[in-house]
Ligand binder design. Sequence first.
Ligand code: FUL
Length: 471
Amino acid sequence: MKYLLFLFFIGYNLSVCAQKRTGPVPTSEQLEWHEMEFYLFIHFGPNTFTDVEWGTGKEDAKVFNPTALDCNQWVKIAKQAGAKGIILTAKHHDGFCLWPSNYSTHTVRESNWKKGRGNVVRELSIACENAGLKFGVYISPWDRNHPKYGTPQYNDVYVRTMTELLTNYGRIFELWWDGANGEGPNGKKQAYDFRRFEKMARTLSPRSVIFSDIGPDIRWVGNERGHAGETNWNLLDTAGFSRGIGAPPTDTLNRGNENGHQWIPAECDVSIRPGWFYHKREDSLVKTPAQLFDLYLKSVGRGANFLLNVPPDQRGLFHSADSASLMGFKRLLDENFKTNLLKNAVVELRNGKIKKTKKLTDGYTDTYESLPTATDPGISIELEKEIMLNTISLREYINVGQTVKKFTIRLLDKQNDLAREIQATTIGRKRILTFPGVKVKKITITILEAKAAVVISEIAAYNIDEGLVEK
Ligand code: FUL
């Protein structure tokens, strides 16, 4: 018994120390989410047909009538583009439900599409499941159609609506709560019972991550351009803030809080076109593969996730301009990140004594090393021969938290002269740094400031197309 108590005491202290060392850590659902990196958003509904971004909720449901809707086409393109999932606007601000909800009279059932017997949510959830993609739903809290909107009963309606979606369509990986909850021209103001929504969502679908301006699981990045902060903490303090108008300042959402008390990482939502919904006039304004690659660097490369909106057209299909761009983007990712120039290189850690390791270059994200923080340089990698490179990518082992505040990388040529020095702040799940290329024989990294012990799982280097280096 005494022995058991002793073990309990040691165990307790170790876990307390671990907590003190790193602060908040992600849940297993958040970790799974972090590993998704890139997935698609789909804005589709009456707006696709009325050519607006925000419907009034007064549109005739009959305007919704895709002529050739094929969710398998969306899924096939998403998969080929390397996306790991799809989030659908099951209900946007106009209140129109892309499934025949029992709690609305403004749904696919009231449209002529498939004689009112269609269900986009069902079709897409099945297509995703068949293709091994994760499926998520956007359910706008703001509802410009529902007669109960603006009254306490609307909270009941919202909970019921959410229940339908969370219980009938397989696993929902992410539930998306939009921050836009304006009053609309009719002046109705809703007091949302988000506490109840959250409790209900947790009960019905404990494995879903919930997105909103302030989480609880995933936060908005503070802009719709797809840019996370160069300093990006996965931590946020939400006390005293609310969703929408009461959210923290956008630059706080963009960078997180260094000493935040909760693990709430950022998601970068951005559209492949200027608008969220399809507009024919934007066919020539689809982002190019190089622009998407740049967005990848500014989102995933700064430790956030990349949620790219691709809106189907009036046929109910992805337009060829969008799919061509997505294919080009995938090609750029594959070609440019194909060869890790540090694969299996020996890394020297200097912390009083020297330790040699390959754990940081083995390509496995679950092997890691604690890094020296008080030595300059603490880490060095000697390459077999001098090579040209313009990209370095690092990963913290975020299972135990995020701690790096500032670090410097020095690139030395074969004469051991400094060819380039790069300073950066946070690392987090992934930090990709690009710079004009130089010839390198030795790389050193020094952690200049950290909140606590630093644990790194990967260091990689690439020589990407010079034109793709961040400007
Ligand atoms: C915003 C909405 O108002 C837009 O229509 C779109 O859904 C975007 C993702 O979020 O807040």
